[in-house]
Design a protein around this ligand. Structure first.
Ligand SMILES: Nc1ncnc2c1ncn2[C@@H]1O[C@H](COP(=O)(O)OP(=O)(O)OP(=O)(O)O)[C@@H](O)[C@H]1O
Length: 384
């Protein structure tokens, strides 16, 4: 197995900025996550962790660089975003069932896995609505949903933030067990202490990965007692290097020219989305959507009644007011082909499409059959 086969995620020279007027959030960032390991991404708020995760999961596209993933489909990915996206009017078990259906699981599989996750994450009130849960409880539901389909690659954006330390410890033990059984986990956290349990730590600052090593190696390499100290040391070194670089630079204009050159030659015009879905329709997703809407309708009988009754009433009123077949409607006809007396002289039996009769006579006969009252006919143009 070569190095590439061992990698679950490989980020090469990643550049990202949210708009052309804003500075780069990811600045030539390189990162490697080995398969079957836990990789903790540490960094101060705003350093670009969430942006990097969004590029890895395919929600965002890099401005430059590449991302290689060992997984090929979104089904193999479990992503827990920082922003909780639960439906407040659904109960915990309904929410889990909805996502289980999206993942294409059977109801029996969902039930079994939900019971296991309920015990693991201490989700005791399965019948409580998500909207009434605390922030920490909502994070646990979100984590349960991420773990539900047993994905190969787990990307967790601050999963333990605001969670009871005892439960956080159990979550970490479960993540270690998952890594042992072949899953790869990329996690961002502000808690440096819990990151010590991971196999690899990436220290990130201002869009750059300062260092990437196992926790023990980091401590030994920098001869420090804590990871906080290592981070502080690397951060001040980066700050110092930047100031030096700025001093050495040949003025603002040169720096601007350098940026333009970088954009022109170093950055590719357009980067590919890392996980591109070619599936436009999936049966399991459709089933889950129908189930969700039916559940929503059940919970909102008033809106449901309004939504069904209003169109029905509209159809009824329309048909009652304007939908009738015209009866004895007076109609005048301008006929330049034959006179009324000529047409009247033809008996209905003799008038048919195959005969050599005038078409206007056939047409008038049809009008009479449609209960339309002919009030007059003229050869208007011929009189002129
Ligand atoms: N959609 C956006 N448009 C413009 N700027 C953005 C957008 N999303 C993020 N940013 C900016 O990019 C920078 C990095 O944000 P990001 O959310 O990646 O940081 P983070 O390291 O995840 O922070 P935290 O730990 O607080 O979640 C921030 O300065 C943020 O303001």
């Amino acid at each position: 197995m070569d190095l590439k086969d061992k990698c679950a995620i490989r980020v090469e020279n990643a550049y990202k900025r949210h708009s052309s007027k804003l500075p780069y959030v990811l600045d030539k960032l390189c990162m490697t996550v080995q398969k079957s390991t836990i990789y903790s991404l540490l960094g101060a708020s705003g350093c670009g962790k969430t942006t990097l995760l969004s590029c890895i999961t395919g929600q965002n596209v890099l401005n430059g660089g590449n991302i290689h993933l060992s997984i090929t489909s979104k089904k193999q990915l479990g992503f827990m975003p920082q922003q909780i996206s639960l439906y407040p009017e659904f109960t915990i078990d309904e929410m889990i069932c909805y996502y289980g259906l999206i993942y294409g699981m059977s109801l029996q599989q969902i039930k079994e896995k939900a019971e296991y996750l309920q015990a693991l994450l201490h989700l005791n009130h399965f019948k409580r609505k998500c909207g009434s849960l605390s922030g920490g409880q909502q994070r646990r539901v979100s984590l349960a949903i991420t773990l539900l389909h047993d994905p190969e690659l787990l990307i967790l954006d601050e999963p333990t933030s605001g969670i009871d330390p005892v439960i956080a410890e159990e979550i970490w033990n479960h993540l270690l067990y998952l890594a042992e059984s072949g899953r790869t986990i990329l996690i961002t956290t502000h808690y440096i202490d819990e990151a010590k349990k991971s196999h690899m730590i990436g220290l990130m600052r201002k869009g750059i990965l300062l260092e990437e090593s196992p926790p023990k190696v980091l401590l030994e390499k920098y001869n420090m007692k804590s990871l906080e100290d290592v981070f502080l040391l690397l951060s001040s070194k980066q700050q110092h290097d930047r100031i030096e670089q700025r001093r050495k630079s040949i003025g603002v204009e040169a720096h601007r020219k350098q940026s333009v050159l970088l954009e022109k030659f170093e950055l590719p015009r357009k980067c590919k989305r890392s996980l591109q879905s070619k599936e436009y329709f999936r049966g399991s997703r459709m089933k889950a959507q129908i189930w969700k809407h039916l559940l929503w309708m059940k919970g909102n009988p008033g809106v449901m009644a309004f939504m069904t009754l209003v169109p029905m009433l509209c159809i009824l009123f329309f048909n009652w007011a304007v939908g009738h077949i015209p009866d004895q409607m007076p109609l005048g006809v301008v006929n330049q082909e034959a006179s009324l007396s000529y047409c009247d002289s033809r008996t209905p039996q003799r008038i048919n499409c195959t005969s050599s009769d005038y078409f206007s006579c056939i047409y008038l006969e049809k009008l009479r059959e449609q209960s339309i009252r002919l009030v007059g006919m003229t050869r208007y143009l011929t009189h002129l």
